[in-house]
Unconditional design. Structure first.
Lengths: 154, 576
């Protein structure tokens, strides 16, 4: 049982890093999720799915508190790559820029990026995604299609 | 578990695999390490790549590691390496240091830059209580830093408040010299996609907008804009204004003196800003250090070198300008009238909503919807023209960069910008330049090797109207396919066999290995004009006849049909 769980560690680390974009924080998050799993009285039916759901909730909570903290103390890093001024003109000139995949991604909603990442990086099936984000599978499918359509926009 | 299909797969696109690999790269979590650096976290991302906080091997120094997720070609790589070397030698407290650089296993260039904590000048400027004396000292340190780069032969090309950091001690630190060099080093096709050439418009110099080369004096202009902003709280060419107004302000209008926006600005500072914002760069400060020195002189209570506004020299220059204008009175008045109308129309801003007064001077010259070249083809959102037997990218037209013209098209026709560019180029050029375009124009073309060259004296004539019309016509086929060695086009919901084109029998063309049917299908979709040029061994005949055959064996001659009910000089009229 424990050895089986260990094989889940690496994919879960990637999974958490996908949300947190921070390798150290991701390691802590994985640790925390495993701790919670082992503290359960009964082993859940599907430990991978249980871990993913726990990890996702944990990461989203961390992101929320991180955002609150960042609002209080702004840490600029010298890498202000996002245009801080957003007038109609900036939008206009940056139109070309937006044609790159990275820029198109930046225009998607966070939940759309999450779905894309779950599907194409974590390589979860639509059913697994649906279960994880608690949406009908048909909704996941159409949202994924929507997101891809926005990215394909030439 | 079945692996997901390629995310960007669509039947029409062929470069999907590359695109989906790129998408995965953008979505992927931060890698554990890049080129030996231990990656800590993602700091931010832009259109070109991602910036990570990382730890250098051995020294464990924290760096800002920028990875460019864009292709870089051989010449670009050499240039990238050369500029990296120059940057690494730049040792100035006001410039974020470049620690090391290289490329990943996959060939993506990376830069390890000094990690600076602080806020950007753009953020700092929001603090209205920031005293002016401090603002000026901050500016001096900024201009001196840029000046140090100039002395080393490096031009930033994108100086703006977002690229300046104020560190904990209040000193200015310039970042993203790296970005400027990447913009010059990366494969040009990607640069255009990334919008690198234009930068942030409000800080761009007139020569940048006009597509000329940019030297240290281009940075001086950008610094002048920032000095104005530091003194008054806003840039002289405000971001909020519409596109045509802004370009007009930068390229043509006299720049406003800071004391207009903030009355307590000393006339000496007015003079310094205006000298930095001279449209003719030969009149500007030679480099950023000279500008810094003049502000320093003012702070020390000395007289700056910039000539006082309203002095005899200014008056003489004003008079000279107007005397010249009087010499060509009639033409200039007409052009000025056109300019006023053009700008008015641009502000009204809708296609087809041109006031009749504007239409007159343009229409007489036949510029309304004429592309300047026999064929204009779009690839990755950039226009290519046929010149010297090869497709070359159109970079600038009559001194105006294509990005600029395209941006204007996007504003006035958001859904149909490329079409507007193709068909209304004369009008677009008129509106952006503020004058009636000449009969002959200069094109700046970039060949496959990336070399830019001006081709002068290209007529915008009636001949081109013809092929442009055919470009549209080619698009009238909803789809083209190859079936059993025959080329078929989808027209009006039915598949019709293509029997002849330009009087040449398609069956006979098949016999020629150079004109394979598959190629014709491709050509009809994409490059009709050059293909037909090859078939007939000369310019495309007009009307270009296309003979189609339906299932019942009836022939339909398309060229004639179209010529009957859609006049070639009226491409906007659709068939009923």
């Amino acid at each position: 049982m424990t050895r089986d769980l260990e094989s889940l560690r690496a994919p879960l680390l990637r999974f958490c890093a996908g949300y947190l974009r921070d390798t150290e924080a991701a390691r802590d998050a994985v640790q925390e999720c495993f701790r919670r799993l082992l503290a359960l009285k009964e082993t859940p039916e599907a430990p991978p799915a249980w871990l993913r759901r726990a990890a996702r909730n944990h990461c989203l909570n961390l992101l929320r508190s991180r955002r609150r903290r960042r609002d209080r103390e702004r840490l600029a890093t010298g890498v202000d790559v996002v245009a801080p001024v957003a007038g109609p003109l900036t939008g206009l000139v940056r139109e070309e820029e937006r044609a790159s995949v990275g820029a198109l991604l930046a225009r998607l909603r966070e939940d759309e990026v999450e779905l894309l990442r779950l599907r194409y990086v974590d390589e979860l099936s639509r059913r697994e995604i649906a279960e994880l984000v608690e949406l009908p599978e048909s909704t996941v499918k159409s949202r994924l299609e929507d997101a891809l359509r926005k990215l394909r926009r030439a | 578990m079945k692996p997901p299909e390629s995310p960007l797969r669509s039947p029409t696109s062929s470069s999907d695999d590359a695109a989906s690999a790129e998408l995965r790269q953008w979505l992927a979590p931060p890698p554990a390490a890049i080129a030996g650096h231990r990656v800590v976290r993602e700091l931010g991302r832009g259109a070109m790549g991602i910036v990570f906080e990382a730890e250098q091997p051995l020294t464990r120094r924290r760096v800002a590691l920028k990875v460019v997720l864009a292709a870089i070609d051989g010449a670009g790589r050499r240039r990238f390496e050369r500029e990296c070397e120059a940057l690494a030698r730049l040792d100035h407290p006001g410039i974020a240091r470049l620690w090391s650089a290289g490329s990943t296993e996959r060939g993506e260039p990376w830069l390890a830059m000094e990690l600076i904590e602080g806020e950007t000048l753009a953020q700092r400027l929001r603090d209205a209580a920031w005293p002016r004396a401090e603002r000026l000292r901050c500016f001096v340190s900024l201009a001196e830093a840029v000046g140090a780069a100039h002395a080393a032969g490096i031009v930033h090309r994108d100086v703006k408040p977002a690229n300046v950091l104020i560190d904990r001690d209040g000193a200015a630190r310039v970042v993203d010299f790296g970005l400027a060099l990447l913009q010059s080093g990366v494969d040009p096709t990607r640069v255009t996609r990334a919008g690198g050439a234009v930068g942030t418009l409000a800080y761009a110099s007139p020569e940048q907008l006009r597509g000329g080369d940019v030297d240290a004096r281009g940075d001086v202009w950008s610094l002048g804009v920032m000095l104005h902003e530091l003194l008054t709280g806003r840039p002289p060419f405000p971001e909020g204004s519409d596109f045509a107004t802004l370009v007009d302000a930068i390229v043509r209008r006299p720049p406003p003196r800071p004391s207009r926006a903030a009355r307590d600005v000393a006339p000496e500072l007015d003079a310094i800003v205006l000298k930095a914002l001279e449209r003719d760069r030969a009149r500007r400060y030679g480099d950023a250090a000279a500008l810094a020195a003049d502000v320093r002189r003012f702070l020390a209570g000395e007289r700056p070198l910039a000539p006082r506004i309203g002095g005899a020299r200014e008056v003489a220059r004003f008079a000279a300008r107007h005397a010249r204008a009087a010499g060509v009175a009639v033409g200039v008045v007409a052009a000025a009238l056109a300019l006023a109308l053009v700008l008015d129309a641009a502000r009204g801003g809708r296609r087809g909503a041109m006031p009749p007064d504007l239409r007159a001077p343009l229409e007489g010259r036949g510029f309304e919807r004429i592309a300047p070249y026999a064929a204009l083809r779009w690839r990755d959102g950039r226009p290519f023209v046929r010149h010297g037997g090869a497709w070359q990218e159109l970079v600038a037209l009559d001194g105006f960069r294509v990005e600029l013209l395209l941006a204007f098209c996007r504003q006035t026709a958001p859904r149909d910008a490329t079409r507007r560019f193709t068909e209304d180029l004369g009008e677009v050029l008129a509106r952006v330049s503020g004058r009636v375009p000449p009969d002959r124009v200069t094109l700046r073309l970039r060949d496959a090797a990336g070399v830019e060259r001006d081709v002068g004296d290209v007529p915008m004539t009636e001949v081109n109207r013809n092929s442009l019309w055919w470009q549209r016509h080619a698009r009238r086929f909803d789809e083209v396919r190859e079936r059993d060695g025959r080329v078929e086009v989808l027209r009006g919901g039915a598949w019709l066999e293509l029997v002849a084109i330009a009087g040449r029998d398609v069956a006979q063309l098949h016999a020629d290995p150079g004109f394979a049917p598959g190629k014709l299908a491709l050509a009809l979709d994409d490059e009709l004009v050059p293909y037909v040029e090859r078939i007939v061994g000369g310019p495309v005949p007009w009307p270009l006849e296309v003979r189609l055959r339906d299932r019942d064996g009836r022939d339909i001659v398309v060229g004639d049909l179209l010529a009957d009910d859609v006049a070639p000089d009226d491409p906007d009229r659709e068939r009923p």
